[in-house]
Design a protein around this ligand. Structure first.
Ligand SMILES: [Zn+2]
Length: 264
């Protein structure tokens, strides 16, 4: 799918990027709050170090961080560059979805999925947790879009097959590995995330997503060996799942066509 004119594509891209920056800031903050026992809905944004309530000027995505040179305006404590980086990643992901799928219901559904994956990744990076409320939100969102489409029973079956296509084999594999290794092989949150992302795609795209996720996971693992990314060197798998399925969402269909073409 393509936008009718270049102007429309650029305009939609810019608006989406701005929306992505704002949503990135909100979702990153929501993930931080979920993993630090704070309410997502209540309470104004505050500095994590001094607790001072932040004004609107302190909350402009990316720009506030640049303007304040990466420090809190009130206590001078360093603010991690991870925050503006996360906002840029979310903006990039949103823009890629809109430019790829243009303006459609499918785009809305994928933007919601991307938001949930982004928030889950942030939470996993902060505290090795994929909050259950994100899992539930992902399932509910998919069910709503299934009900809005035609032939609901068939679509529901397809959705369930998609959800189980990766999560069930992975769950069985993990159970066997845990029996053999006698230690946790994979977090329950990761398996639930496999189920949720699987609901949105067919089995082929899910397989491509799993492949990409494994490549990302191996890449992150190798990187953590060379660079001390985290104090405990334990790398959460949630962001790799998100990145893998995001790539599959955009390129999965083309990759499957190319692969099948090799045998024709
Ligand atoms: Zn402060």
């Amino acid at each position: 799918m393509k936008f009718p004119t270049t102007f429309m594509a650029v305009y939609a891209g810019v608006v989406t990027a701005l929306l992505g920056l704002v949503m990135g800031s909100f979702l990153n903050c929501a993930a931080w709050r979920m993993t630090h026992g704070e309410s997502v809905a209540k309470g104004r944004s505050h500095c994590a170090a001094c607790g001072h309530t932040l004004s609107a000027l302190d909350l402009v995505p990316v720009f506030s961080w640049l303007f304040l040179k990466g420090r809190c305006r009130y206590c001078g404590e360093r603010i991690s560059p991870v925050h503006p980086l996360a906002e840029l990643i979310c903006a990039g992901a949103y823009t890629a979805v809109v430019l790829h799928f243009t303006i459609s219901w499918e785009t809305v559904e994928y933007l919601i999925l991307v938001s949930l994956l982004f928030c889950a990744s942030c939470a996993d990076l902060y505290d090795y947790i994929i909050p259950d409320r994100l899992i539930v939100a992902g399932i509910v969102c998919r069910l709503i879009f299934v009900c809005l489409g035609g032939d609901v029973p068939a679509a529901l079956l397809q959705t369930l097959i998609g959800g189980l296509s990766i999560s069930l084999p992975v769950l069985l594999l993990v159970l066997v590995m845990e029996k053999i290794l006698k230690k946790e092989a994979m977090g329950g949150g990761d398996i639930k995330l496999f189920f949720v992302v699987g609901l949105y795609f067919n089995c082929k795209v899910n397989l491509v997503g799993l492949l990409f996720a494994c490549v990302c996971g191996i890449g992150a693992g190798l990187l953590s060996q060379r660079v001390r990314l985290r104090a405990d060197r334990h790398i959460p798998f949630g962001p790799s799942i998100a990145a893998g399925w995001f790539a599959a969402m955009l390129a999965g269909g083309k990759i499957i066509d190319w692969y099948m073409g090799l045998f024709m």
